[in-house]
Design a protein around this ligand. Structure first.
Ligand code: NAD
Ligand code: UPG
Length: 445
């Protein structure tokens, strides 16, 4: 199939590259000309494991191309995938201006029947509104189907090739069948439904996963008070097949471009029909508070943080991505700086993006974990990059002023850290030896 993909962000670029690998002819469009020139050279503007090889292979095979000319891309394609951003408005509601503008441009470019597959996450009712918008401009027949995307950043290529399911929302079974045919080589678990239900499935899925995370984080907070270990609790719960093990990792909560935005949007979608989504509001509140748990732990050890030097390990919202949209690290670093601490920050790939959004004279940007730890009173681990787990703990201890490690993602074990002489605190797990200010000061490395 000849496919135009509108928007070459995390979703559009990955989908475009994967569909080209499946021997479709794909042309990816972005209005950001600098992105297109980078991509046309075979370079990737984002960090996503496995993506560059895929893009280069398919460009060389002549199945994948990039352009900022939306009109010509739409004209030469039978199907159009819409994958532009739907960011939050200050109210939390999804901002639909970008997708409406893209829909207008597609409508104006049409030169015959097009199947428009919407992968962007949009509030219930949006695809029908887009249908009316395109119909008011287009001079040719078309159909819109909702094909919500479920890939995760950091494993986007694998998720696209091996999805748990494909959801297709369509008004007509013929349109659903064309979309299903395109996805059939990825999985036979294709669920076809109406458009509104498909739109809701996307929000409900993200909201449910976010709920699991806030739930386990509250259990973790209780575990800390009653002396239980949340990792053991989550493991024991997960053996119940009705519960499962996934998304029960306690930590500093969820971030990224999806869960924070989509939970807020679903609260607004409900609010617009006079329904107060109380459970989801609590999920969001719990997540906001959870981000500061590492700051509370530092204050419990040191009291005031004024003049203390804190190494921050990890700025991306999760490992294997350079995405810092709504990353917990932003709130945490801002809080540390606000409390007068000096921050020494590092991240294997996300540092330039983070620094671009927030810089401060009391933040030193460091190459790696050991450099960040130089002279630090404490390390605060915010992203569970595998490189952090490999740090030599004896070297780490020697480079720090005080051997204190606050593990916001439960990457290390208490035994491992305390054996190496650290005052160690993690999320929802008992410390063998709870640190105090005196101990931290008595225990220079
Ligand atoms: N990031 C994810 O992991 C993920 C996963 C599933 C679903 N989604 C949803 O998919 C959508 C896209 O997310 P993303 O993270 O890929 O967004 P993104 O912001 O990374 O990329 C969107 C791209 O669209 C381009 N664009 C905007 N208007 C355009 C136009 N008129 N013509 C051509 N290009 C245009 C932008 O320049 C940008 O490069 C959102 O609705 C998001 O909620 C994202
Ligand atoms: O047990 C867990 C699992 C995840 N997280 C955090 O949750 C956030 C989101 O993680 P993840 O879901 O792996 O990454 P995303 O790329 O944001 O993917 C989510 O958001 C996408 C955009 O809608 C969806 O397509 C995916 O299905 C959905 O998993 C990150 O900050 C993680 O650190 C936890 O704290 N504990």
């Amino acid at each position: 199939m000849r496919i135009a993909v509108i928007g070459t962000g995390y979703v559009g670029l990955v989908s475009g590259a994967c569909f080209s690998e499946l021997h479709n002819e794909v042309i990816c469009v972005d209005k950001d000309a600098s992105k297109i020139s980078v991509l046309s050279r075979g370079e990737i503007p984002i960090y996503e494991p496995g993506l560059q090889e895929l893009v280069i292979r398919n460009m060389e095979a002549g199945r994948l191309a990039f352009t900022s000319d939306l009109q010509s891309a739409v004209r030469q394609s039978e199907a159009v995938i819409l994958a532009v951003g739907t960011p939050s408005l200050p109210s939390g509601e999804a901002n639909l201006e970008i997708i409406e503008q893209a829909a207008r441009e597609i409508a104006a470019a049409m030169n015959g029947y097009k199947l428009i597959m919407v992968k962007s996450t949009v509030p219930v009712g949006t695809n029908h509104r887009l249908q009316a918008l395109v119909a008011s401009i287009a001079k040719f027949p078309f159909e819109i189907v909702s094909v919500p995307e479920f890939l995760r950043e950091g494993s986007a290529v694998g998720d696209t090739f091996h999805p748990d399911r494909i959801v297709i929302g369509a008004d007509r079974s013929e349109a659903a069948e064309i979309a299903a045919a395109l996805h059939r080589s990825l999985t036979d678990r294709i669920f076809v439904t109406d458009i509104r239900s498909a739109e809701m499935i996307k929000y409900a899925s993200n909201a449910f996963l976010a709920t699991k995370i806030s739930f386990i984080n509250e259990i973790a907070n209780i575990c800390e008070k009653v002396g239980a270990d949340v990792t053991k609790v989550a493991e024991g719960m997960g053996y119940d097949r009705r519960i499962g093990h996934s998304f029960l990792r306690a930590g500093i909560g969820y971030g990224g471009s999806c869960f924070p935005k989509d939970t807020q949007a679903l609260i607004q979608i409900a609010g617009n029909v006079d329904y107060e989504f109380k459970l989801l509001k609590s999920v969001v509140d719990v997540n906001r508070d959870q981000r500061f748990s590492v700051v509370h732990k530092l204050r419990r050890i040191f009291g005031e943080l004024e003049g203390r030097t804190i190494a921050v390990w990890g700025l991306a919202f999760k490992p294997n991505t350079d995405d810092v949209r709504d990353t917990p690290a932003l709130d945490i670093v801002q809080a540390l700086v606000g409390l007068g601490a000096n921050v020494r920050a590092c991240d294997p790939v996300a540092l330039p993006n983070f620094r671009n959004g927030f810089d401060h004279e009391r933040i030193a940007w460091c190459e790696d974990a050991l450099e960040a730890a130089d002279g630090a009173d404490a390390v605060c681990l915010l992203t569970e990059w595998p490189a952090f787990a490999d740090v030599d703990l004896q070297q780490l201890r020697q480079r720090m002023s005080r051997p204190v490690l606050i593990d916001g993602r439960n990457l290390f074990s208490a035994e491992q850290l305390e054996h190496a002489g650290f005052i160690y605190s993690s999320i929802g797990r008992p410390a063998l030896n709870r640190g105090t200010a005196e101990q931290a000061d008595d225990k220079p490395a």
